[in-house]
Design a binder for this molecule. Structure first.
Ligand SMILES: [Zn+2]
Length: 397
């Protein structure tokens, strides 16, 4: 089926004069002004009446098969459901394991990624978890990257954290070499997605590896860089030296100037907010909840919708240009992870699109050309998101 989205204010993420996007076979077939469906085509036209049309969002760090577990068995979180992602505007997701690679497995992560793909999204995974050496599907990380399509890197490997495996530099170097060569063999980024804790060593292990090996700085994608002030400063240095940095949204318990909206503005003002900066939600992991006095009052589940919530906030409240904010969760993610023909509105690219309302809230969402969310309502639901059917009502024959 052909679809034509008309009268949009298009951000590719760059603002352009074109207003219409033609979708055919899940791809963007044309971009222009005054487009119409050919008479022989069966299709539909959506007139968005001047609303913003952007690439839908890419979230490179989500605990899709659940996370948590750090406060005991009862603190494990559940699997994510399709519409949690689509209603947040996210249609491409990279799944990861975290602290718990005992009750969680790579097999579970891979199967969950395949389930979300079947339900309509684009999914990838990192091989490993906090632990070093990483738990992999094949005996080596190199094999996972070379042989399993969905594996695009290693992660989230924990360093400078009390929950990490306290890896030796030599172990980390070996892991990075495996990721690099495995990535080359598989035609992937082979990115090393590093979880940075609050530990005093910060990015020092990475600097050591860069000093004593031939591994390039672009192999790394350190995340949670906005966790502390010293780490943020190290992150800016790392970025300036040619590295990638990833910020974590939804950290509502952090000081305001370490939260994504303010940090994006800070990087922008310092003229370092380039195409190597990304934002992720760390969604679906466990999220400690604190009261105003900073006391732990309970546990919640990280919501993937904080990705756009925080980037939107940097645009609305901190004056970041729309395209600059959008890049951090679209084109930059595709670039850092070497994902082809996605993350931008361009002819031949995947039709992963979102329409924002006048308040910049996610309104319509397409994944691979399929309308998943219309006027904030999920049209497509995951297998177990259907309302249960009353007994005896199942359609047979
Ligand atoms: Zn983490």
């Amino acid at each position: 089926m052909w679809q034509l989205v008309k009268n949009a204010k298009i951000y590719t993420p760059e603002p352009v004069d074109d207003t219409d996007v033609l979708i055919v076979g899940g791809k963007i077939a044309a971009l222009g002004k005054g487009l119409s469906l050919p008479s022989y085509a069966e299709g539909s036209v959506v007139d968005v009446q001047g609303a913003v049309l952007t690439p839908s969002f890419m979230d490179a760090h989500v605990h899709i098969c659940g996370g948590g577990g750090e406060a005991g068995p009862a603190s494990r979180t559940s699997e994510i459901q399709l519409s949690h992602l689509t209603r947040a505007g996210t249609t491409t997701v990279v799944g990861c394991l975290g602290t718990d690679s005992v009750s969680r497995s790579m097999a579970e992560l891979l199967i969950k990624a395949r389930a979300l793909e079947t339900e309509g999204l684009t999914t990838y995974i990192y091989s490993g978890g906090y632990q070093v050496p990483p738990k992999t599907l094949f005996p080596t990380l190199r094999q996972d990257l070379a042989l399993i399509d969905k594996v695009i890197g290693a992660g989230e490997i924990a360093i400078s954290d009390h929950r990490s495996a306290q890896p030796q530099i030599a172990e980390l170097e070996h892991l990075c070499a495996e990721a690099r060569v495995g990535g080359m063999l598989g035609g992937k980024a082979g990115i090393v997605h590093l979880h940075l804790g609050e530990g005093k060593h910060g990015l020092e292990p990475v600097r050591t590896i860069l000093n004593q090996t031939e591994i390039p700085i672009t192999q790394f994608m350190p995340t949670h860089i906005n966790r502390t002030y010293p780490l943020l400063e190290e992150g800016v240095e790392f970025l300036t030296a040619g590295g990638h940095i990833d910020l974590t949204a939804g950290c509502d318990d952090f000081p305001r100037d370490l939260q994504v909206p303010a940090v994006l503005k800070l990087l922008y003002d310092r003229q370092v907010l380039n195409d190597r900066v990304t934002v992720t939600s760390d969604g679906n992991g466990s999220m400690p909840q604190y009261n105003e006095a900073g006391q732990l009052v309970g546990m919640g589940v990280g919501d993937v919708s904080v990705l756009w919530r925080d980037v939107r906030e940097s645009i609305i409240s901190y004056g970041l240009p729309l395209e600059v904010g959008l890049r951090t969760i679209t084109a930059n993610v595709a670039r850092v992870l070497s994902l082809q023909r996605t993350g931008m509105i361009r002819k031949g690219y995947e039709a992963n699109l979102a329409v924002l309302d006048e308040d910049y809230q996610v309104h319509h969402v397409w994944a691979k050309g399929k309308l998943m969310v219309r006027a904030k309502e999920a049209l497509v639901r995951g297998t177990y998101e259907q309302p249960p059917m009353p007994p005896g009502s199942a359609v047979t024959g």
